[in-house]
Design a binder for this molecule. Structure first.
Ligand SMILES: [Mg+2]
Ligand SMILES: [Zn+2]
Length: 277
């Protein structure tokens, strides 16, 4: 099989908070952040905040230490590992930045499960000794032209690029997971046969709920890491069965994998194992 590509948003999807806000809050710069937010785009403000924190004596190591404390639901890493073990290709599509994401993924020891990370450039400028954050799309030169998305990144354009490259590899099914309003544009680009997993009661879910008919992909909501794991593995299971039905030569390998899925799904439901007193 290996016909499934799972694309994860990062903030409030893989991790359980917004990494930008977490770093700013933990390093005591919330007031300045809120003061400057009305004056510049979010992504530009994050680079400015890195500069401010540096001038206050906060080091790159201080930022890394904060990122290592980032909250994540205990079922997220098992969900990522199970999806990978079942042959899915995993990618990240995030409006955070590469420095924050890589620091967190390396700390959690899950970076190698992802084949691609699409996000804003972020790195340590050794000369300045501070973190620099740049827009994915250089909007000072020209606009990406999408009015649903922030100036620095249109996730819909990136999804279209992913779709075009996947089309060359044959029949692929996309499962897209996200929570924010920036995940709406890519959700609109998903095709029939794809799946979108919006986090319940978050902006993406609200936007989809207003008019679900605009979404061609099948919609499956989730509320926390436990439910994310259950729904995601269920969908992978379902798609694998449909694939093996359409292509019986793949049946044997799919069967093996389905056994793995049922074990993983069982682990995800501890209440099913508890014995009533
Ligand atoms: Mg998010
Ligand atoms: Zn867009």
């Amino acid at each position: 099989m290996a016909g499934i590509v799972v694309i994860f948003d990062f903030d409030k999807t893989i991790i359980d908070c917004d990494s930008d806000n977490f770093v700013v809050d933990e390093l005591g710069a919330t007031d300045l952040f809120n003061q400057l937010l009305p004056t510049m785009p979010w992504n530009s403000l994050m680079d400015r905040m890195m500069k401010e924190l540096h001038s206050q004596g906060k080091t790159v190591e201080d930022i890394k230490e904060v990122l290592k404390r980032i909250p994540i639901h205990p079922r997220i890493i098992p969900a990522i590992k199970s999806a990978h073990a079942l042959g899915c290709e995993l990618r990240i599509l995030s409006d955070a930045n590469l420095f924050f994401i890589e620091t967190i993924l390396e700390h959690l020891d899950i970076k190698n499960y992802f084949s691609e990370i699409n996000t804003n450039p972020g790195y340590v400028d050794e000369q300045e000794g501070r973190v620099r954050i740049f827009p994915y799309h250089d909007f000072t030169n020209c606009s990406h032209g999408c009015n649903l998305c922030p100036p620095n990144m249109c996730k819909g354009l990136i999804i279209e690029r992913i779709q075009a490259s996947l089309a060359k590899e044959g029949d692929k099914t996309i499962i897209y997971l996200g929570d924010g309003s920036g995940d709406y544009c890519p959700s609109l680009k998903l095709e029939e046969g794809d799946y979108v997993m919006p986090r319940k009661n978050f902006p993406l879910w609200d936007l989809i709920s207003r008019n679900p008919m605009l979404i061609k992909a099948e919609i499956h909501e989730w509320c926390d890491g436990e439910e994310l794991e259950k729904v995601l593995l269920h969908l992978i299971n379902k798609i694998s069965m449909e694939e093996s039905h359409n292509n019986p030569s793949q049946l044997i390998s799919a069967d093996c994998k389905l056994q793995t899925i049922s074990v993983a799904a069982h682990e995800a439901l501890p209440q099913a194992l508890s014995v009533p007193q």
